[in-house]
Design a binder for this molecule. Sequence first.
Ligand code: PHE
Length: 474
Amino acid sequence: MALMITRSRILLKCTGKLRLFSSNAIPKSININEVDYETNEHWTNVTPSIVSLTDRSLHVHESHPVSILREMIEQKLNSTDKAFNIYNNFKPVVSVYDNFDSLGFPEDHPGRSKSDTYYVNDKHLLRTHTSAHEMKCFKDIKSDQSSSNSGRSGFLISADVYRRDEIDRTHYPAFHQMEGARIWKREKALNSNKEPQHIVQLRKDIKKLGDQLEKEETKLIVEDDKSLEGNPKQDYMTELEVELCQQHLKRSVELVVSEVFNQKITSMKNSNVADIPKELKVRWIKAYFPWTAPSWEIEVWWQGDWLEVCGCGLVREQVLLNSGFEKDSTIGWAFGLGLDRIAMLLFEVPDIRLFWTMDERFHTQFIKGKINPFVPYSKYPGTLRDVSFWLANDDNAIEVHENDVMEIVRNEGGDLVESVKLIDEFTSSKSGKKSLCYRINYQSMDRNVTNEEINEIQEKVRDELVNKYNVELR
Ligand code: PHE
């Protein structure tokens, strides 16, 4: 240990060359899902602990809560007209083009930054959302149409997605999303007394969803002001098309919410829980996504909190054109639903790390098609460690983003890290330097941890902070 501290001090002095000696020098190439990717020293920021998550595919493990939820939603959405193709096997490394450019993300969109996204190199990254596959799936629909194979008019994609983020019980660098989309081919009315075929079809499709929603035992109470102020429609769509398309989108998402939470309520009733909700409140909120307009988010009121569930909107024509559809030929919607938070609440899983545990005591508790609450096998005590440091404020200072601190802790401590919180922050009036103090709670989901192993991890965390970011430990 003494040795490490000495090393840190030495490193602190030779600021300019610091990174050359860093123990984190990146390898020439990284293998992910059996493909070798060349790294790039300015872009590569995936770490071994993240790469190790990329071949887990939890969303297709039959008895995993995330997979049980995925299947429940797929079945419900395909129960009326089997409109959706289903994709569950897309690999997580995608091109920067697919994840951002094809969807119209501006160059300076914060989602593109290295502090938010895991880059494999300058051209590839770990997808940050399932929307990265929209174009490919729209193309599949288009080629079905062209081959006069009537095909389906929508798709559902489920996959693991990755974002650099804080660490606590509900945040994990990998989580799961389901993307949904549906399109209608526009038809010109043959005579002005008759509505065009796609409008007739949309009305029918909306009616089917409404009928299904009516059947649910606990009805949704929906708050939606519906104004498009500040959330404009696209020029190429008529007002009627926007109205019907958004109704179909909203009823589809509401059907998902209604199905999932009604199943939860039924399972609560079966196990005689007190405090069973008598109503289900949801609200629609205006949103912005570069590839949809107008856009919305839906939130669900559950146990005293508004839970963000899903972002969505009417697909921008540019995405459809990029996918090979002709101008003015097609209208449609897309949504992206976060699966993990909903699964945590359905299965009463208190910490998102449990989804990734290899412990049989977790996995044997769930079976395909069934919602049952997780029974904790034990609660192992946590142990706190603080790390305080001054940020360098000289010319050689390297900018440190909070997510960079998180990444170091995550890489050294892996799933033993329960949470990392900034507990103190001030700037010295004498030196002008900024001091930060982070509190790390180390706690395993599966076993007791020893002080020795935690001290060792904590030393490495301290060492890496100096090594990488030239901070001065306090
Ligand atoms: N991809 C968006 C997200 O991750 C959600 C979304 C999907 C929004 C599709 C609109 C359309 O937040």
